[in-house]
Design a protein around this ligand. Structure first.
Ligand SMILES: [Cu+2]
Length: 202
């Protein structure tokens, strides 16, 4: 069975010379990184991966609300200096294809929320909130049209940075936002801030 799978993999891979019969051995598998595990027929050869930075550390002299020229030292007493965190989703608007995946590279106290076919105004940010334990800000808890809710950042107060990879399997326009309420909606300016769109097409 392993031998047959390997031959299939070579043919599917489009190599000029098919490896038949005795051509299969464990050394070749190791060179391909397969280590004997095959997943042919399920491979997504067309898809690709995109990276979105979801909040970022911002060691520059122009931060708000605190003006500072200090570099960020994460060995310091507070390893997550929130006033030096940029609340941006970058890129904020782009197109991918069905089957692609997106790597959300999350830095700081943020919550990845993905909705399909709605706008920021459609999110219930008044009634559907997770009550803040301790000093955490409220988190949006609106399940309507939600495709994905990421890990609860309140569960990891010391090491907030992480990566979450999400696949997009249905065409549509997806709203990506940070579920931390004051990041998503600036109450003083009365405007939506930390959100973006991913357009998924066939
Ligand atoms: Cu956020």
């Amino acid at each position: 069975m392993q031998r047959r799978d390997f031959v299939t993999s070579v043919l599917v891979g489009g190599l000029v010379t098919p490896v038949m019969g005795d051509g299969h051995n464990s050394t070749e598998d190791d060179q391909q990184g397969n280590q004997g595990e095959h997943d042919h027929g399920k491979r997504n050869d067309k898809g690709t991966n995109y990276t979105i930075s979801f909040g970022h550390w911002n060691p520059t002299p122009t931060n708000t609300p605190t003006q500072t020229s200090s570099p960020i030292d994460r060995f310091a007493a507070d390893p997550n200096p929130r006033f030096l965190n940029g609340h941006d989703i970058l890129p904020g608007n782009f197109r991918i294809r069905v089957g692609d995946t997106v790597t959300f590279a999350i830095s700081g106290f943020h919550l990845v929320l993905i909705y399909r076919g709605i706008k920021p105004e459609d999110i219930d940010r008044t009634n559907l909130l997770l009550s803040p334990p301790m000093t955490f800000p409220p988190l949006i808890n609106d399940p309507d049209n939600r495709l994905y809710r990421g890990l609860d950042p309140r569960a990891m107060p010391t090491n907030q940075d992480r990566v979450e990879v999400v696949g997009f399997n249905t065409p549509g326009r997806y709203l990506v936002l940070c579920g931390v309420l004051p990041h998503f909606f600036d109450a003083a300016a009365q405007e939506f801030v930390m959100f973006g769109y991913i357009n998924v097409r066939d």
